[in-house]
Design a protein. Structure first.
Length: 154
Protein backbone atom coordinates (compact mmCIF):
# COMPACT_ATOMS: atom_id res chain seq x y z
CA UNK A 1 0.00 0.00 0.00
CA UNK A 2 1.54 3.27 -1.10
CA UNK A 3 0.88 6.90 -0.27
CA UNK A 4 2.54 9.80 -2.04
CA UNK A 5 2.18 13.54 -2.31
CA UNK A 6 4.15 16.63 -3.22
CA UNK A 7 4.29 20.18 -1.92
CA UNK A 8 6.08 23.32 -3.02
CA UNK A 9 7.82 25.29 -0.29
CA UNK A 10 8.91 28.92 -0.55
CA UNK A 11 12.41 28.30 0.81
CA UNK A 12 15.80 27.37 -0.69
CA UNK A 13 16.57 23.68 -1.10
CA UNK A 14 19.46 23.86 1.41
CA UNK A 15 17.11 25.13 4.13
CA UNK A 16 14.43 22.53 3.36
CA UNK A 17 17.02 19.73 3.32
CA UNK A 18 18.30 20.89 6.70
CA UNK A 19 14.79 20.67 8.12
CA UNK A 20 14.02 17.30 6.49
CA UNK A 21 17.22 15.84 7.96
CA UNK A 22 16.73 17.29 11.45
CA UNK A 23 16.16 13.83 12.91
CA UNK A 24 16.51 15.01 16.52
CA UNK A 25 13.49 17.27 15.97
CA UNK A 26 11.47 14.37 14.55
CA UNK A 27 12.43 12.26 17.56
CA UNK A 28 11.19 14.97 19.96
CA UNK A 29 7.91 15.37 18.01
CA UNK A 30 7.29 11.61 18.15
CA UNK A 31 7.99 11.48 21.89
CA UNK A 32 5.50 14.29 22.51
CA UNK A 33 2.89 12.05 20.85
CA UNK A 34 3.66 9.17 23.22
CA UNK A 35 5.94 7.25 20.86
CA UNK A 36 9.12 5.82 22.38
CA UNK A 37 12.12 6.57 20.14
CA UNK A 38 15.77 5.75 20.74
CA UNK A 39 18.67 6.05 18.35
CA UNK A 40 21.27 3.27 18.41
CA UNK A 41 24.06 5.67 17.49
CA UNK A 42 25.26 8.94 18.96
CA UNK A 43 25.99 12.11 17.05
CA UNK A 44 24.57 13.20 13.72
CA UNK A 45 22.52 10.74 11.71
CA UNK A 46 24.34 9.14 8.78
CA UNK A 47 23.76 6.24 6.42
CA UNK A 48 23.07 3.14 8.49
CA UNK A 49 21.71 5.01 11.52
CA UNK A 50 18.99 2.91 13.19
CA UNK A 51 16.18 4.04 15.46
CA UNK A 52 14.17 1.71 17.71
CA UNK A 53 10.57 2.89 17.88
CA UNK A 54 7.70 1.51 19.93
CA UNK A 55 4.08 2.61 20.13
CA UNK A 56 0.63 1.22 20.77
CA UNK A 57 -1.56 0.53 17.75
CA UNK A 58 -4.86 -1.34 17.78
CA UNK A 59 -4.38 -2.39 21.37
CA UNK A 60 -0.90 -3.90 20.87
CA UNK A 61 2.58 -2.63 21.48
CA UNK A 62 4.34 -2.37 18.10
CA UNK A 63 8.10 -2.26 17.71
CA UNK A 64 9.79 -0.82 14.65
CA UNK A 65 13.42 -0.67 13.59
CA UNK A 66 13.94 2.23 11.18
CA UNK A 67 17.21 2.53 9.24
CA UNK A 68 18.49 5.49 7.25
CA UNK A 69 19.23 3.82 3.90
CA UNK A 70 19.74 6.83 1.62
CA UNK A 71 21.04 10.30 2.36
CA UNK A 72 21.93 12.44 -0.64
CA UNK A 73 22.71 16.05 0.29
CA UNK A 74 20.00 18.43 -0.91
CA UNK A 75 18.35 15.64 -2.94
CA UNK A 76 16.91 12.69 -1.09
CA UNK A 77 16.37 10.86 2.18
CA UNK A 78 15.11 7.28 2.51
CA UNK A 79 14.26 5.35 5.65
CA UNK A 80 13.42 1.64 5.65
CA UNK A 81 11.38 0.35 8.58
CA UNK A 82 10.79 -3.25 9.70
CA UNK A 83 8.06 -4.40 12.07
CA UNK A 84 6.18 -7.65 12.66
CA UNK A 85 6.34 -8.84 9.06
CA UNK A 86 5.83 -5.37 7.58
CA UNK A 87 8.40 -3.40 5.61
CA UNK A 88 7.85 0.30 5.02
CA UNK A 89 9.95 2.61 2.90
CA UNK A 90 9.67 6.37 3.39
CA UNK A 91 11.22 8.51 0.68
CA UNK A 92 11.62 12.27 0.61
CA UNK A 93 12.98 13.82 -2.57
CA UNK A 94 13.78 17.49 -3.05
CA UNK A 95 13.83 19.43 -6.31
CA UNK A 96 14.96 23.05 -6.56
CA UNK A 97 12.36 24.91 -8.63
CA UNK A 98 14.20 28.21 -8.20
CA UNK A 99 16.67 29.77 -5.77
CA UNK A 100 13.88 30.26 -3.21
CA UNK A 101 11.38 27.53 -4.06
CA UNK A 102 11.66 23.78 -3.41
CA UNK A 103 9.39 20.90 -4.37
CA UNK A 104 9.16 18.13 -1.79
CA UNK A 105 7.99 14.70 -2.95
CA UNK A 106 7.09 12.32 -0.11
CA UNK A 107 6.14 8.67 -0.47
CA UNK A 108 5.41 5.92 2.03
CA UNK A 109 5.14 2.32 0.81
CA UNK A 110 4.15 -0.58 3.09
CA UNK A 111 4.57 -4.23 2.13
CA UNK A 112 3.62 -7.37 4.00
CA UNK A 113 5.98 -10.29 4.47
CA UNK A 114 3.77 -12.53 6.61
CA UNK A 115 0.14 -13.61 6.58
CA UNK A 116 -0.59 -11.62 9.74
CA UNK A 117 0.92 -8.52 8.16
CA UNK A 118 -1.13 -9.09 5.00
CA UNK A 119 -4.30 -9.19 7.08
CA UNK A 120 -3.31 -5.94 8.80
CA UNK A 121 -2.60 -4.26 5.46
CA UNK A 122 -5.89 -5.54 4.07
CA UNK A 123 -7.79 -3.95 6.93
CA UNK A 124 -5.87 -0.70 6.45
CA UNK A 125 -6.77 -0.68 2.75
CA UNK A 126 -10.42 -0.34 3.75
CA UNK A 127 -9.56 3.07 5.17
CA UNK A 128 -7.08 4.04 2.42
CA UNK A 129 -9.02 7.13 1.30
CA UNK A 130 -9.12 8.50 4.82
CA UNK A 131 -5.47 7.61 5.43
CA UNK A 132 -4.41 9.24 2.14
CA UNK A 133 -6.15 12.49 3.13
CA UNK A 134 -4.46 12.38 6.54
CA UNK A 135 -1.05 11.67 4.98
CA UNK A 136 -1.40 14.58 2.54
CA UNK A 137 -2.63 16.90 5.30
CA UNK A 138 0.38 16.08 7.51
CA UNK A 139 2.85 16.67 4.68
CA UNK A 140 1.10 19.98 3.87
CA UNK A 141 1.17 21.01 7.54
CA UNK A 142 4.88 20.21 7.81
CA UNK A 143 5.61 22.08 4.56
CA UNK A 144 3.76 25.14 5.82
CA UNK A 145 5.70 25.01 9.09
CA UNK A 146 9.02 24.90 7.23
CA UNK A 147 7.94 27.78 5.01
CA UNK A 148 6.73 29.88 7.97
CA UNK A 149 9.96 29.26 9.90
CA UNK A 150 12.01 30.32 6.89
CA UNK A 151 9.99 33.51 6.47
CA UNK A 152 10.48 34.35 10.17
CA UNK A 153 14.24 34.24 9.71
CA UNK A 154 14.94 30.55 10.28
Amino acid sequence: MKFSTREDIEAPISYVYGRVTDFANFERRAMRQGIDVSCRTTGDAAMGTVWDISFEFRGRLRKVAAELTRLEPEQAVEIESQSDGLTAITQVELVALSATRTRVLVSFDMRAKTLTARLLLQSLKLAKTKMTKRFKARVLEYSETVEDDYRRGH
